[in-house]
Design a protein. Structure first.
Length: 114
């Protein structure tokens, strides 16, 4: 599971560098994000710009990450591709997560992507 993370002010920015989050990678995804976000700031922003496919197992893994990061912390999403955005809207999970259209809207104090 390829992830890149960096502290950005009050958040940790985690970029998922995979095309798919499905049943084949869901468990590894969940554990990898948990490790990247462990003991970090209150906000965890999961950047899904590279993810073109997310199935129910992948959606379940994202929800599991939200629970794993713990109370008092928030998992936010940004840069959803059209297919992934559709999954979140159809399942109404867009009401559970804060979803930012762009990196800039998730991190308004920073205007460049590293």
């Amino acid at each position: 599971m390829k992830l890149q993370s960096q502290l950005r002010g009050d958040a940790v920015h985690v970029v998922v560098d995979e095309e798919r989050i499905d049943s084949a990678v869901a468990i590894r995804f969940k554990e990898a994000v948990r490790e990247q976000a462990a003991d970090g700031p209150a906000r965890v922003v999961l950047d899904l710009r590279n993810v073109e496919f997310l199935d129910s197992s992948g959606l379940g893994a994202v929800v599991a990450v939200m629970k794993l990061i713990g109370a008092g912390r928030q998992l936010e999403l940004c840069n959803l591709t059209p297919n992934v955005d559709k999954v979140f809207r159809l399942t109404r999970m867009d009401r559970v997560f804060t979803i930012h259209d762009t990196y800039e809207s998730a991190f308004p104090e920073r205007q460049t992507i590293a």
